[in-house]
Write a protein that binds this ligand. Structure first.
Ligand code: PLP
Length: 663
């Protein structure tokens, strides 16, 4: 295993003092235990300090002198001027890399005054310059770094596995004993590896704590995660952000409570509406028909929805979207809060944002009350491993949250998934900045290489943004790269097949005219080179370019006649989308959907339970079914070859109350 490096930066404008401090602390690091590879370096100015923090991803802590001067000439006399106050420097460091430990070196006489002036969350501790106890200082610095790098759950899991206790409990494979030596199953054991099985334990092991009632190492791991991600409380979720969203909606919303939601929200949010019995107010997302992409909801539309629904209990938006578009959240959240509306941000694709200034502010930094993140999507956790971050302090009802959390969580959670969350957090906290800097550099390089093919073109923010949100301060996560492929002459399905079969490349997703490449902290230079090689070769085939396929416009939202929960729990009946002449079944117009119907891509529900069906909606679905691009239609059921959807019967409707009081 490669050894960690932890550089600790001292900022002091007095050359000799700085030299002595660096020397003394490095000597202490050499003589004492140094598991994290701590070394000390020094700079004399605030500007040099900020440059070092920007450029050196191995810097883990900073010690700032309480008064930084620069020497200037004034009327021939040398005079000292303040470079930047220590507090300003601490804030600048925190704004750039909030994960760093920051200490103040007190040189002034009145230390109480310094501590009072500099008292802020970003300061982790103080050292007194006239008391250079280098061993003591080093131990304090080293202990704090070790705390940040600590993985309580993962460490204990490993320790337990190495104790090799005899298992008289679940799971049935009993540390893999049922598989080893089996002619039918040993190959699975060999393929997966020993520790997958040895680490697959059950809640019968008390020293491993309980995800459903954490009081030990899981609680500790969650607390460290909360600090790292800037949350008040953090909860690990082992069934993805799909479950995390449902837990929060069910916690916040009682039946009939109003929820403002982007219609483009992930289907788990729509499921949360059904489960909670909430009354949804759908906000239409902006649409870019040229590239078949769905953008954020226009800011003015959100503001108007808030003003029109000041009685709403909560609002949920997705930021960033699958395509990397992120809202200018602070004013939106502030507007919702003006009316006491809780804000939940689905950051399934944006969990890494805390660890690089390019991506910030995070939803929590922008003031959101809750954020859900798929730690597995772009960081190192196993699939399904997500986090729920809570920023409510006084109003957070932990008991109600816990009841809902437990309702959605298996009583046999996968322990390696919990360990992976612990480790993913450690990795981001200790080297997230460095890894994300590399990923951003690779994204810039990839973009240049793709554009240099002259055939494939990376879409810029301006290409991606639908017209109606161009002035809304929306930004793009550069690690999600959307490429216009139309000039290659290939259809997207054929190109995907070619990349997969001939070039061994699997992409993230596609639309009619684009492919999307997802860069993560695991993206390497070799993968970039191989992708470029493939695209360059395909470009040289000189096929005739084709026109952009125009994505069928998604029909606007129609009337919501019944509460989604009421409509969903009716039996309903299956009704065909096509009539006997194989044409659009006009008889469906005016009927009410019992299910959510979601074409994927784009993944936006065309129908939700309780919504009135129109001829445009049926035509849209039929067009998608007949289109040459394969589109999954979630919610469409095939009765033999006939595509059907579930709708309410007349008897169902007779038993329901309409939302607007009309028939
Ligand atoms: C916006 C959004 N939210 C939530 C989810 C669900 O996340 P998970 O796969 O972690 O359940 C997804 C999945 O793609 C998503 O795109």
């Amino acid at each position: 295993m490669s050894k960690p490096i932890s550089r600790i930066l001292l900022v002091n404008d007095e050359k000799l003092v700085l030299k002595a401090l660096v020397k003394g602390l490095n000597a202490a690091a050499r003589q004492l235990d140094n598991p994290l590879g701590a070394t000390f370096i020094g700079v004399e100015t605030a500007q040099e300090a900020l440059a070092a923090i920007r450029e050196d991803g191995d810097i883990q802590a900073v010690i700032v002198d309480d008064q930084l001067h620069r020497v200037g000439e004034q009327g021939g006399a040398r005079k000292k001027k303040l470079q930047m106050s220590a507090l300003d420097l601490v804030h600048a460091i925190h704004a750039h890399r909030p994960e760093l430990d920051v200490y103040i070196l007190i040189a002034q006489q009145d230390e109480a005054e310094v501590v009072n002036t500099l008292l802020c969350e970003a300061v982790d501790g103080y050292f007194y310059r006239d008391d250079p106890d280098y061993f003591g200082w080093y131990r304090i610095l080293s202990t704090q770094l070790l705390e940040r790098a600590h993985t309580p759950f993962y460490d204990k899991l490993k320790q337990y596995v190495f104790m090799a206790k005899d298992a008289w409990h679940t799971p049935g494979h009993s540390s893999g004993d049922s598989l080893r030596g089996s002619p039918w199953a040993e190959d699975f054991y060999d393929f997966m590896g020993e520790h997958i099985f040895r680490g697959d334990l059950s809640c019968s092991v008390p020293m491993l704590d309980s995800l459903l009632h954490p009081t030990g190492i899981i609680d500790e791991a969650q607390q460290i995660a909360a600090k790292a991600f800037g949350a008040h409380r953090t909860f690990f979720a082992t069934n993805g952000t799909s479950t995390a969203n449902k837990v929060i909606l069910q916690t916040l919303l009682a039946p009939g409570d109003k929820l403002l939601l982007d219609r483009n929200c992930h289907k788990s949010v729509h499921h949360g509406v059904v489960i909670s019995g909430a009354l949804p107010v759908y906000l239409d997302s902006s649409t870019n028909l040229e590239y078949g992409l769905f953008g954020p909801v226009p800011k003015q539309l959100i503001f108007k929805a808030i003003e029109d629904n000041t009685d709403a209990r909560a609002m949920i938006l997705t930021s960033c979207t699958y395509d990397g578009l992120r809202y200018d959240l602070p004013p939106i959240i502030a507007k919702a809060h003006e009316h006491g509306i809780k804000v939940i941000i689905d950051e399934a694709w944006y969990g890494h944002a805390r660890f690089h200034p390019e991506f910030r502010p995070t939803a929590l930094e922008a003031g959101a009350d809750f954020a859900t993140q798929s730690t597995h999507k772009v960081m190192s956790a196993f699939s399904q491993a997500s986090m729920i971050h809570v920023n409510e302090v006084v109003e957070f009802n932990e008991h109600v949250f816990r009841e809902n959390y437990n309702m959605h969580t298996s009583t046999s959670p996968q322990y390696s998934m919990i360990a992976s969350l612990d480790v993913a957090r450690r990795q981001m906290s200790m080297e997230g900045y460095k890894l994300l800097s590399r990923t951003l550099a690779l994204a810039a390089e990839l973009k240049e290489l793709i554009n240099s093919t002259g055939v494939f073109r990376v879409l810029e923010l301006d290409d991606l943004l639908p017209e109606e949100v161009k002035q809304d301060g929306v930004r793009l996560d550069p690690t999600k790269v959307t490429v216009d492929i139309s000039a290659s002459g290939y259809t997207v399905d054929d190109l995907q097949k070619l990349l997969f079969e001939r070039y061994n490349i699997q992409i993230e997703k596609s639309t009619f005219n684009t492919i999307t490449l997802l860069l993560t902290i695991g993206t390497t230079k070799s993968k970039v080179a191989r992708l470029y090689d493939a695209l360059m070769r395909i470009s040289r085939e000189t096929r005739a370019p084709r026109r952009l396929y125009r994505t069928p416009a998604i029909p606007h939202f129609t009337r919501l006649k019944y509460l989604p929960r009421d409509a969903f729990y009716c039996g309903g009946e299956l009704a065909p989308l096509l009539d006997e002449a194989d044409q659009v079944n006009q008889a469906l117009a005016g009927r009410v959907s019992s299910d959510q119907v979601v074409p994927y891509p784009p993944g936006i529900p065309v129908l939700v339970p309780g919504q009135v069906i129109t001829p445009e909606i049926i035509s849209y679905l039929v067009n998608l079914l007949r289109s040459q691009k394969q589109t999954e239609l979630h919610g469409v059921v095939f009765d033999g070859w006939l595509p059907c959807i579930r709708v309410l019967t007349a008897e169902d409707e007779a038993g329901l109350r309409t939302l607007d009081g009309k028939a």
